[in-house]
Design a protein around this ligand. Structure first.
Ligand SMILES: Cc1cc2nc3c(=O)[nH]c(=O)nc-3n(C[C@H](O)[C@H](O)[C@H](O)COP(=O)(O)O)c2cc1C
Length: 198
């Protein structure tokens, strides 16, 4: 892969919703995950900042076309960027149905990274700061935005296209992913090699 500068990647960044049928190599997927939430310090600090270093984000990963990975739902283990398979079911149709307007980009994506978050811990950590109760939620959204931007920029550097999908029914999406406890889906990134028409 030829080296590109951050300025070049930023200039090229665009939303891409149409993908080819090509599969994504596993090492490319691992670099994407690393860009989003890679641990870069012995103190557990990551590629994206986190208020009070709480690090409430969790990554879920849906595979459609990734070389060497079965289709299904995976949870990302950030300690080693490993992927633990949670389900072999094809959740793409259910995820599409849970999104506003049933977007085709979800069905067509080679993989989807869903940034989820533990909302409760930051809410409690910042409960004594105005605006009481919502500061923690605000921080989670900011942190998810930073992670999503990292992911999209890394996708550009890898020759991939991606789209942020924020328009979805939270509860239905959480059920599709089998999220438990205080975990909530915040933003999805559909990823694939761009179709030649885009
Ligand atoms: C918070 C957020 C949510 C978004 N949600 C969706 C979405 O649900 N569906 C979609 O097709 N695009 C979505 N987008 C992508 C925007 O439509 C896109 O960024 C915008 O059209 C600008 O185009 P650009 O990214 O190429 O600059 C979202 C973008 C952001 C920042």
């Amino acid at each position: 892969m030829s080296k590109v500068t951050l300025s070049q990647v930023l200039s090229q960044r665009r939303t891409v919703r149409n993908y080819s049928d090509a599969s994504i190599p596993l090492d490319v997927v691992k670099r994407l995950i690393w860009a989003g939430q890679g641990i870069t310090g012995s103190d557990g600090k990551r590629t994206a900042p986190s208020a009070h270093a709480i690090h409430p984000l969790r990554l879920y990963f849906l595979v459609n076309r990734v070389v060497g990975l079965e289709k299904g739902l995976y949870e990302v283990d950030l300690s080693d960027h490993g992927l633990k398979q949670l389900s072999g079911a094809d959740l793409y149709p259910a995820l599409t149905k849970a999104a506003i307007g049933n977007p085709q980009c979800i069905m067509d994506a080679a993989c989807i990274i869903v940034i989820c978050a533990d909302l409760l811990t930051p809410i409690q950590a910042f409960a004594d700061q105005k605006p009481f109760g919502s500061r923690g939620v605000r921080y989670v959204y900011l942190e998810a935005g930073a992670a999503a931007q990292n992911l999209q920029l890394q996708a550009v550097a890898e020759g991939l296209g991606s789209v942020w999908v924020g328009g979805f029914d939270d509860e239905t999406t959480a059920n599709v992913l089998g999220l438990r406890g205080p975990l909530a889906p915040i933003i999805q990134l559909c990823v694939g090699y761009p179709a030649s028409t885009e």
